[in-house]
Design a protein around this ligand. Structure first.
Ligand code: GLA
Length: 399
């Protein structure tokens, strides 16, 4: 937009200029250049420079730190609210097929909801950034370069989602901004050498972008000064139905195989074909159709068929509201979790009760327990390398 506007002014192409100005004024999120003074038509009323997202207080953490809530919006009525406590997505409003925006994630409207004893006890990680290692590490131990490391255990004998105080429970540095794609929130965190037992000072940056074409994009990057396992993801619970459970959602997952797990949800190493099993989502199936055949419900890692570039992970469609969600990622795996541990003890932002299957998660990531499974894609980040990973949740409607 910036360059074409400049070209139209310079060539005196009035039809093009009028069209561009109209397009700009109809699209409040479009970014145009600052007043160049090059033309009398470039008045302030045509200046619609996309503003950085606004911030509001989200309350104080239990240790007295004031945290903020940043709300990113686009021209189609999508709005995502993210707090720098845990980098947590607390709300995501997406229009339904009638054009009416509604809530599609589970969350609370102040930081106290994320620190309540009930929340911490049940540990659902609503909307949070997960690290240093998303998913499980068996018996909280791994060996790297001949040295054994012992992690904080927080899931029976295993370590889950980073340990006792993972990235979901820390306060991130926040920088709201804009990019060519839309409003952004950049979050950074330094995870110190030894934190939760992991080696190396890990510098993590996560950029959330709400794009003009209705996607929530999450770009992760990290560097370290000692070799360390890293597996970063987001733990948003989606619900496209506007208040019911998610069992009627139609899901596809672009994966022919999944990781077989033991009773503690640690991979046995077997990569089993989904064909002929309730794990086959290569064609659309509702979540509820075969869930009873999966003890406990879905909480498994699928091996995505493609592993390079930004590739398809999953699609979701909710017939009653018409909402669709398309997940693409650079990661090789997808943990599809159907909110099996939600039991109605938590009440959300609008006082709704979060019962079993009130939301589903599509956690794009490397495979569980990779540091102990030499045949899995490596999760080890070494000094001098930069981890880069992206996941896009794109929304739409089907009439
Ligand atoms: C992940 C895990 C689940 C559960 C949830 C949080 O999805 O795989 O077993 O721990 O997080 O409740």
């Amino acid at each position: 937009m910036k360059h074409s506007l400049r070209a139209a002014v310079a060539t005196g192409n009035t039809a093009l200029l009028a069209g561009l100005l109209l397009a700009t004024s109809c699209n409040p999120s479009a970014s145009t250049e600052q007043n160049s003074g090059s033309s009398p038509t470039m008045t302030d009323s045509t200046q619609t420079v996309a503003a950085a997202p606004g911030a509001a207080s989200f309350g104080k953490t239990q240790d007295g730190t004031e945290v903020q809530l940043y709300t990113l919006s686009n021209a189609h009525g999508l709005k995502v609210s993210i707090t720098n406590y845990g980098g947590t997505i607390t709300s995501l409003l997406v229009p339904d097929k009638a054009g009416k925006p509604g809530e599609v994630v589970l969350g609370f409207n102040s930081v106290s909801g994320y620190q309540s004893p009930e929340f911490l006890k049940s540990g659902p990680y609503f909307g949070a950034l997960i690290g240093r290692y998303g998913n499980r590490i068996a018996r909280g131990k791994f060996t790297l370069d001949g040295k054994e490391y012992t992690l904080a255990k927080n899931n029976g004998e295993n370590t889950l989602h980073g340990g006792k105080k993972g990235f979901d429970k820390v306060v991130w540095q926040a920088e709201p901004g804009t990019s060519a794609e839309g409003q952004t929130l950049k979050l950074t965190y330094l995870s110190k050498d030894g934190e939760e037992g992991y080696p190396g000072n890990l510098r993590v940056t996560v950029v959330y972008t709400l794009t003009a074409d209705d996607a929530l994009k999450i770009d992760y990057s990290a560097t370290t000064d000692k070799a360390t396992p890293v597996n970063l993801t987001n733990h948003a619970y989606f619900n496209l139905s506007g208040g019911k459970d998610v069992l009627g959602h139609e899901v596809t997952i672009a994966a022919d195989r999944y990781n077989v797990v033991d009773a503690g949800l640690i991979p046995t190493g077997e990569l089993r074909p989904v064909k002929g099993t309730p794990f086959d989502f290569t064609t659309p199936h509702t979540i509820g159709e075969r869930i009873a055949q999966v003890p406990g419900g879905y909480d498994h890692n699928w091996l995505l068929n493609q592993t390079t570039g930004l590739h398809p992970a999953a699609t979701v469609y909710e017939p009653t509201t018409g909402r669709t969600m398309e997940v693409t990622t650079t990661e090789p795996g997808l943990q599809f979790y159907t909110g099996n541990f939600l039991d109605g003890t938590l009440k959300g932002a609008n006082n709704q009760t979060y019962g079993k299957h009130a939301g589903f998660c599509m956690e794009t990531q490397h495979f569980p327990d990779s540091p102990n499974q030499p045949t899995f894609p490596s999760t080890i980040l070494k000094p001098g390398q930069t981890l880069q990973s992206s996941t896009v949740y794109k929304f739409g409607v089907r009439q």
